[in-house]
Ligand binder design. Structure first.
Ligand code: FES
Length: 155
């Protein structure tokens, strides 16, 4: 059992807000990921038991939303938006430059476990393209120098 008693209690509290228990699945997944850093397939089985649903139903949610991770990640999740407005303002070139700066490709994690890099669809900040997200924080109107400063400042 990897989901802690504290997390289980927080899940119960979330579920109490919904008319049907399974309505609390998304908040529960956020709580589990906050505790463990990711939701491994074995953890999805535990979650399914809590919600009395099939593990595949948890896996469907886990693989649908890109804010959930099924494997360990770096300490920071960095996503460059590569959708059209950002791409028109150079985000794909920026992503390639960041890949080169970090020595990893999108989808990979730096050897020191500091940064997991990825690209993302529109984050709703098109007017400030190109942009990237570091964990929950948006950084906008970027060029390579600004992006590198941000990335190099991450612990
Ligand atoms: S296209 Fe990048 S934020 Fe919308």
């Amino acid at each position: 059992m990897v989901i802690s008693e504290d997390t289980r209690a927080a899940i119960d509290s979330e579920c109490a807000k919904y008319p049907q228990k399974r309505g609390g699945l998304l908040p529960a997944m956020h709580l589990v990921q906050k505790q463990l850093g990711h939701i491994a397939p074995e953890t999805a089985v535990e979650l399914a038991e809590i919600f009395d649903i099939r593990p595949v139903e948890v896996m469907e949610v886990l693989t649908f939303y890109n804010m959930f991770f099924s494997a360990p990640r770096g300490r920071h999740n960095v996503y460059v938006c590569t959708n059209l407005p950002c791409a028109l303002r150079g985000s794909r070139t920026l992503l390639a430059q960041i890949e080169s700066h970090l020595g990893i490709a999108a989808g990979e994690t730096t050897e020191d476990g500091r940064i997991s890099l990825g690209h993302e669809e529109c984050l709703g900040a098109c007017a400030y393209a190109p942009m990237l997200r570091v964990d929950e924080t948006y950084h906008e109107n970027l060029d390579l120098e600004k992006a590198n400063q941000i990335l190099d400042g991450l612990e």
